[in-house]
Write a protein that binds this ligand. Structure first.
Ligand code: FES
Length: 126
């Protein structure tokens, strides 16, 4: 079953929404279940200063979106890029095996938003 942390994030999700003047945006989908996620980020001094998400998906996808924002905030872009699916699942005290794939959306969406930022700000790659 779901851990208490999954239920807490599902019932009280953090940083839900969309940053209107975002510096980077990533959209990802899971072809198996059809769930979708949009991640928007703000970057200041090479660190993620704000991150928000919109998820059309299952409870585990919502919980992983929420916990991902806590892990990503304040991180450098390299640190945030290194956040893995397992890091996100561990921060929720694990996910049921059948729901492990749901953590993919949060890590892939964050990565897509950072890559979008880097495309728009090539100087950030140096
Ligand atoms: Fe689709 Fe969880 S079932 S992301």
């Amino acid at each position: 079953m779901y851990s208490r942390k999954v239920l807490e994030h599902f019932q009280n999700p953090q940083n839900m929404g969309e940053i209107k003047d975002a510096d980077g945006m990533g959209e990802v989908g899971n072809p198996q279940c059809g769930d979708m996620m949009r991640i928007t980020i703000k970057v200041d001094d090479g660190r993620i200063s704000d991150v928000k998400w919109k998820t059309l998906g299952c409870g585990a996808a919502i919980a992983t979106s929420s916990v991902m924002t806590g892990l990503a905030l304040g991180k450098t872009l390299d640190e945030a890029l290194a956040l893995s699916r397992d890091n996100i699942a561990q921060a929720l005290d694990g996910l049921p095996p059948a729901k492990m794939h749901c953590s993919n959306l949060a890590s892939d969406g964050l990565r897509a938003a950072i890559e979008d930022y880097m495309r728009k700000h090539p100087e950030a790659n140096n």
